[in-house]
Every structure is written in C-alpha cells, then in structure tokens.
Design a protein around this ligand. Sequence first.
Ligand code: CAA
Length: 386
Amino acid sequence: MDFALNETQQMILDTARRFAKDELMPIAHHTDKSGQFPAKQIKQLADLGFLGIAVDEKWGGAGLDNLSYAIAMEEISAGCASAGVIMSVNNSLVCDPISKFGNDDQKRKFLKPLAEGKVLGCFALSEPGSGSDAAGMRTVAIKDGDSYILNGTKNWITNGKEADICVLIAHSDPSERHKGISAFVVDRRETPYGIGKVEDKLGIKGSSTTSLIFEDVRIPAANRLGQEGDGFKVAMSTLDGGRIGIAAQALGIARSAFDEALIYSRERQAFGKYIGDFGAIQEMLADMATEIDAARLLIWRSALAKDNKEKFGKLSAMAKLYASEMAARVCTKALQIHGGYGYVKEYNAERHLRDARITEIYEGTSEIQRLVIARETLTELAQAGS
Ligand code: CAA
C-alpha cells in the first residue's frame, strides 16, 4: 500500500495550505466574530478551481479525484471552518448529484456555473420536523403539466442565504414514503423561493444556515434530477460523498487546534520548564497526533474507494463518525492545554471547539453514521453466509 501523494495531489495540498495560511487564517477570527460570509475568499477558492474539484473539466470543474478533494477540504478547513463547509456543500451536495444524475442540459445550465464558482449551491433535504428520518419529509413537488409545484419548508440549509441554485428533495407522490421522493434543481433567480431567518449558531458562523420556504413555486419539469421516485437514493448517495467532505472538515479543524496547542506547549512555561516537557501534556499531544492521523487514513481510504468506483457508503460513514468525534476530543484537549487562555476569545482554541461540534451533527449525526455502519456490516455478514 502506497501512502505517497501523486504530483497533482501534492500540488493541491501545497496550494490549499498556502491559501489557508495567507488568506483564511488571518480572517477566521473576524469571520467568527462578525458572522460575515467570507465572499472575497470564496471567490478566490472559485478561481483556484476548489468549488468543483471533482467535476469534469468539460463542465467547468477541475477534473481531479476525490482524494484531492479531501486533501483540499482538510487544508481549507484548517484555515477557516466556515469556508470549509461552504466549499464542501457546493462540491459534495450540489455539484456531485448534478454530475452523477443530471443530463447534459442540466449540466450545461447548472453544473458549469456551480463548478466554476459563478453561483453557489445549497442542498435541501432536512425539514423542521424531519432530520435523521429523511424520508419523513413533508415538502411536496406535485406534477402539473410541464411543471412541478413546490410547497413546504426546508431547514438547516448551509449556504441558504447566498445560494442561487438548490438541489431540492421532495415528495412527488406523498402517498408513498421513500419511493415517492424525487430530486430537483431549483434556480432561485428564475423561480424565486423564500429565505427564512438566518440561524445564530454556536460555530461555523461565517456560513449561513437558513430555512427555505416554498409556496406554490412552479419549476420546469425538466429540472427533475433522475427519474420520479429516485430522489431518496439521489439524496442518500449524495450524502455518502458529502460525509467524506465533512470528515475532512473535522480533520482540518482538529489539526489547526493541535498545531496551535503544540506551539503553545513550547512557549508557555510553568514550574520552571515548558509545559510541553510535562508528561501530562505530552500524553495529550500524543493522543491528539495519533487520532488525527487515524482519521486521515479513514478519510483517504473512503475517498480512494469512491475514486475506484467501489462501494464507499460504509467507509465514508466510518470516516465521518471517527473524524468528527475525534475533532471534538482533540479540540477539547487543545483548549485544556491552553488553560485559561483556551477559554477566552483572544485565542483560537475555543473557536475550534465550537466549529468542530457541528461535524457530529450535520450530513448525518453520529447516531446515523453508526446506524449506516451497523446495517451495512450486518448485510455483509448475511451476504457472506448465503
Ligand atoms: N445509497 C443509495 N441508496 C440508498 C442508500 C445509499 N447510501 N441508503 C439507503 N438507500 C436506499 C435503500 O436501498 C432503500 O431502497 P429500496 O427501497 O429500493 O430497497 C431506500 O433507500 C430506503 O432505505 P432505508 O430503508 O435504509 O431508509 P430509512 O428511512 O431507514 O433511512 C437513513 C435510512 C440512513 C437513516 C437515512 O434516512 C439517513 O441517512 N438519514 C440521515 C439524513 C442526513 O444525513 N441528513 C443530513 C442533511 S444534509 C445537511 O446536513 C445539510 C447541510 O447543508 C450541511
């Protein structure tokens, strides 16, 4: 097994790391404090090709592999977790399903500007009354001639305020559960929908989280992604890929917290020596370094499986489960190493912990990741036995 990156992957890593250091780290504190969308930096990410990393060059993307995407996500999130999730949603939850399920007209119209970063996308699955139970959604898309008429409310939509293009999952046949669900692309500039309040969150404050309100919004039937009734599978397979991005976001946040704690341990003195010379601190640093590396291996393995067109849903669930819970542990230790300074906003440690926490919730809670992993493992056992 070869863990070495190829020339392109190394170039992506170097470029993303430099960009994070020069452009994101200097604004991350202000972004958190002000809650301002980092528009200039997102435009720069678009210019780097980072908003459509794995999209075919024919459709405006960088045409790279999913490992490159995971590498870039780690670096960008190490710089600014808000920029990380804005990028992740555009890549995994919007470009990816249109690449996979869209026809050429949809790719020309929606995917190209999304991958080029000319417009931003969002993904609308969850609702006020359904999150983990995704098939329990109430939003409907009722066919009417050459149109669908949308009614309902979507919740927790990352990029909701800024996005012009929305991948929407809704019931086209409300009498069915998941088999009555379809996927659509909605262009807000052509068929406007309402934006609800912008949530005031614990972390990732530079990315907007809103509800989307659909009241008799008529969209062309040509905007349906895939066949009627396929929407639940579109959503589930999209989330399989999205979880690689969020796992890499968690990894980037944890690495940033670790790097700063490591430096602090060589600067801060107590009892006449650097705190990094004490066994108690070294134990924490050793556990943090090990867990960060373990998460990276899981993430790279799931990205490679996706690149190799192998089944990767269980692998990406494992990567997200471990990386997100690891990030919370590592950020807690990083805060602890900083002592009182870790608890105040002058240092980054408390921000990293706040930013990390959401990775255990969005794109499937840890409980859902465990459910996906357990179900798949039991299926594998049953198949091995048959
Ligand atoms: N890929 C393709 N198809 C899949 C699939 C996958 N990964 N997982 C399930 N399916 C299919 C099943 O094969 C089944 O199809 P058939 O009927 O043809 O056999 C169908 O989907 C229904 O599957 P289940 O019976 O397993 O469905 P379920 O209702 O029990 O739910 C679940 C499964 C895994 C719990 C799912 O509801 C789930 O993933 N929930 C979490 C949702 C989630 O992650 N939400 C995050 C929102 S996005 C976000 O966070 C927004 C943001 O902006 C960041």
